[in-house]
Design a protein around this ligand. Sequence first.
Ligand code: 2BA
Length: 109
Amino acid sequence: MKLITAIINKKDEAFLSDILTEKGFYHTKISTNGGFLRKTNVTILIGIEDNRLDEALEIIRHNCKKRVEHIPSFLSTSGAMHSLNYNTAEVVVGGATIFVTNIEYFEKI
Ligand code: 2BA
């Protein structure tokens, strides 16, 4: 048995969850925050038999899009009034960040 831990954009969560349910993949969603952007994302846990791993990964790949986020890159002062200038940098956010781990033991009580 495997456990997929997938960190995804919250904009993809509802649709992905619907498809996983439709295809019979039990899953759990946790509201999480990225350490870098500090924005809310969603972590999905999917416990599955080994022979369905590829199918689940394909579903995630097809339903999670990369997006560009803009973040303030630095702050400076300029001009007689020392007004603040914000520049922004582009950050490409996945898609999905996926970890797959082997499960030694599984039981539902
Ligand atoms: P965040 O930590 O908020 O990161 C958002 C995006 O910012 C990342 O997108 C990446 O493009 C950039 N980024 C993150 N850390 C960076 C750094 N130290 N220097 C420069 N740029 C950086 P993704 O790589 O697609 O990651 C999306 C989210 O997936 C992350 O949100 C985080 O919540 C999670 N994640 C990514 N890699 C991870 C890892 N190795 N372990 C745990 N969580 C991870």
